[in-house]
Design a protein around this ligand. Structure first.
Ligand code: NAP
Ligand code: F7E
Length: 344
């Protein structure tokens, strides 16, 4: 019989890619979607798998709903990807973020336990838990120091996952995933904001992209590579947690320069009255400006992951390079802008 997976957050970036690889492996997929007033299955549509997955109504805020769904579906594996995942928003909505990203995890774990504890559980933990990094590169042994309500909430979910594994013997594990991006990334995240902005500038639909901290550094990988690691973790006989990362770090500034290179524009940086600008070297036009509204009350300045454990034990490694990721994202956005083809 085919394995059955329940994916919370199926409409998001990772949920869509994970569905695709699990379908290829022969899984029967159930995807939890929360009620919204508009259709938000555009990513599944874009991957051409919308009619291959079963969508069920489920919100992480509502335990009765979670219980009913898990009881009915009886999944072999649950991938908990649902979250208020935007760090900036977590500063304005700290309580909602905790409700979903922290307590939401416990709601699922408690139901899994109550129903006999046979379902394997994957928790989407994050490099944001390292926040103000205590040592570099960061691996499974690095102490945590989250810098946002998002990071703090995720750290609670992370420890709850470990606690249910140790206390109740659940097959529960956390993937501590560093930033991963793709053409399916939400437009509020910096990488997609840049690649969409570059495409709009190339097609003369926009003049300038407004950003915040250009010096923040991230270990950016490709989401399509990272979802495979989630699956590998649940296939382990003994559950344990893994860091998933590329082992390279780049600044937002590097990302901007490389993204404009895809459309043959070289960026020159300058500071005017304390505000930093990026100009087209050839035309002198301002293509990037910086605005304090895009800064965070507390920032994670630097992340660099060490995925040695995952490479050794899961035989996982990233396939898509930083440059290829940027090229893939800019080209897809150029196509979208040219054809008005936005499905999410
Ligand atoms: P995403 O694109 O923002 O997707 C988040 C998903 O969660 C969406 O499907 C969203 O549904 C759903 N969701 C939000 N609130 C919910 C609620 N109350 N009940 C049910 N569903 C809810 O995020 P992603 O990039 O795919 O990330 C997937 C997971 O990995 C998240 O937990 C994120 O925090 C974590 N993570 C991401 C990264 C990364 O770099 N991408 C790195 C580490 C960890 P709607 O479509 O209705 O909004
Ligand atoms: O910011 C800086 C910003 O919002 C990256 C989520 O998937 O990864 C993601 O969180 C950096 C930050 O991602 C803008 O200050 C500059 O330093 O793309 P981001 P994030 O906060 O790293 C982690 C691993 C997750 O788990 C999260 O769910 O870029 N930055 N200027 C900007 N960021 C944004 N969004 N917009 C700007 O204009």
């Amino acid at each position: 019989m085919n394995k059955r997976a329940l994916i919370t957050g199926i409409s998001g970036q990772d949920g869509s890619y994970l569905s695709q690889i699990l379908l290829d492996k022969g899984y029967e997929i159930y995807g939890a979607v929360r009620r919204t007033s508009t259709i938000n299955t555009g990513r599944l549509f874009e991957l051409d798998i919308l009619n291959k997955v079963n969508l069920v109504a489920m919100d992480l805020a509502e335990i009765t709903n979670i219980q009913r769904v898990i009881e009915e579906i009886k999944p072999d594996e649950i991938y908990n990807l649902a979250a208020q995942s935007f760090v900036q928003t977590s500063f304005d909505q700290p309580i909602y973020t905790s409700e979903i990203d922290a307590i939401g995890v416990t709601r699922i774990l408690e139901i899994v336990k109550m129903l006999g504890g046979k379902t394997k559980f994957y928790q989407a933990s994050t490099s944001e838990m390292f926040g103000k990094v205590q040592s570099s590169p960061q691996n499974e042994e690095t102490p945590f120091y989250p810098r946002s309500p998002y990071g703090v909430s995720k750290l609670y979910g992370h420890w709850m996952t470990i606690n249910y594994r140790e206390a109740w013997n659940l097959h529960a594990c956390s993937g501590i995933l560093f930033n991963h991006e793709s053409p399916l990334r939400g437009v509020e995240f910096v990488t997609r904001k840049i690649t969409l902005g570059v495409a709009e500038i190339a097609k003369k639909k926009k003049q300038c992209i407004s950003l915040g901290n250009l010096n923040a550094k991230r270990d950016w990988g490709f989401a399509g590579d990272y979802v495979n690691a989630m699956w590998l973790m649940l296939q382990n006989e003994d559950p344990t947690d893994y860091v998933i990362a590329t082992g390279e770090t780049h600044s937002v500034r590097d990302f901007v320069e490389k993204a404009f290179n895809v459309i043959d524009i070289e960026i020159e940086w300058s500071i005017d009255n304390g505000v930093e600008f990026g100009r087209c070297k050839k035309s002198g036009n301002i293509l990037i400006d910086t605005n304090k509204d895009n800064n965070r009350p507390a920032e994670t300045d630097y992340l660099l992951g060490d995925a040695t454990k995952a490479k050794a034990e899961l035989k996982w490694k990233p396939e898509v390079s930083f440059n290829n990721l940027i090229e893939m994202m800019v080209k897809k956005d150029m196509d979208r802008v040219e054809n008005g083809n936005f499905s999410f």
